[in-house]
Design a protein around this ligand. Sequence first.
Ligand SMILES: CC(=O)N[C@H]1[C@@H](OP(=O)(O)O)O[C@H](CO)[C@@H](O)[C@@H]1O
Ligand SMILES: [Mg+2]
Length: 539
Amino acid sequence: MDDSKFLEASAKHPIVDNHVYKYGTAGFRMKADLLPGVSFRVGLIAGLRSRKLNGQAIGVMITASHNPAADNGVKIVDPMGEMLEQDWESHATLLVNAPTHEELLETYKNLASQLKIDLASPGRVVYGRDTRPSGHSLAAALAAALEATNTEYTDFKILTTPQLHYLTRCVNTEGTPKAYGEVSEAGYYNKLSEAFVRALRGRQIQGHLVVDCANGVGGPKLSELLKVIPKDKTGFNAKVANDDVLRPEVLNLDCGADFVKTKQRAPPNVKPAADTRYCSLDGDADRLIYYMADPEAGFFMLDGDRISSLNASFIGDLVRSAGLEDDIRIGVVQTAYANGASTTYIEKNLQLPVVFTPTGVKHLHHAACQFDIGVYFEANGHGTVVFSQEALRVFREKEPQSPAQKDALETLAAVGDLINQTVGDAISDMLMVEVILAHKGWSLQDWATTYTDLPNRLVRVEVANKDIFEATDAERRLSHPPGAQDEIDQCVRKYTTARSFARASGTENACRVYAEAATRHEADELANKVANIIKQFGS
Ligand SMILES: CC(=O)N[C@H]1[C@@H](OP(=O)(O)O)O[C@H](CO)[C@@H](O)[C@@H]1O
Ligand SMILES: [Mg+2]
């Protein structure tokens, strides 16, 4: 490695003084003007990680998802499309915070020797970005680090986050028995479209679907996909809404999955009509929320918990029809934010085990991989279904004993291709929901009647230092500060069926309080009481 080349490139991409950076749940995410130096340094760490993993390609995605247009973020993707391994988050934090260019070079070399990485060995990085205007210069800063360290790279330009995860896995499995797909954006569309047709098995999708794309990257990408989906074979009639990517100021503004979930209403420019299905993606197309205008209830939302239980119900039935119920273990993974009614429905009605993990999809994904088929979604609509290699092999190779078994096995194999195995993917999840509704012959109303949500409230509480709040038991209880959990427990005990917890956010300097109770009034009251406890302990 050429030290002077390294220092010269680094000097052109300084970090901003007096700012402490931390690799969090969503990588490094903040105002875009703080990020060029960070992006450069992420290039360094991605190159190191690739070299550590024998030259397998590492992915980097430049996006700030549902945040405003002025923000951006840089996130690292491991070879199979998973989130960066946890130990490496602290390496990334260490490297990004090196105060001078010389100290950066020293930290880089120290990390390499500590982790036994040969800096002369080949490294490879692939990257993409969402539609934010700042993405272009952040990609250039990333490329500068890759150039300076002789790391091979491919710029896949504008992509959804899940597309970048898909491509990372494709690059690393190309030409092997585990080949995940063709290494191109077109390959992604063809794979989804083909699996969609196969999963429908001749069924026609009824009615219309309006897709709010949050004025983000999902808009143009969904339009590309719709060009290759055969309408005659699927009946799929989707209209793309909020797909203006030329005006950055409208990105995620009064639209998108995060807006719909947190405001519990449709985007003002989408006026739900009866008999039409609606869904919203977020700014980088990895979250999905469905909704409708119910003739009686008005606006009605079908969130990540509903998408999760719909998938679990469908896949559970298929596994039974295929005669595989004794061979394949299906499990559902949720966080403490999942509505208690969904958990009860999955355990009691669907008879499937539910496991809880801390917030953040990396935790859910990991837990889901412990099952042969693991279904995981956060309530906010981010999630997917993961199939073990063994399960996929059984679907292909098991000798069917009846036409019904054959049908179920073929549907399961198609579903395995349709669902993005690398990460939650709003576009792939949406096709999956459409397939399931077509199979069940369900409208959104039918889907909505599976269970009734418990009234709930989520409150954000500003505190001086959120880090004094430490959680345990899948973040359902506070271990610190001492005494806080006792007070929460006392509060909750005053209600007959209620649940509440508080935790420090992993993405913002604040705490979140969640409460669930038998009535709307009780849920609000409990959330406010617990929020007050957090304020007291946090001041
Ligand atoms: C209650 C909630 O929705 N929390 C979100 C939010 O995490 P916090 O750690 O709560 O800030 O952002 C995460 C990243 O997008 C997402 O995984 C998570 O579900
Ligand atoms: Mg997102």
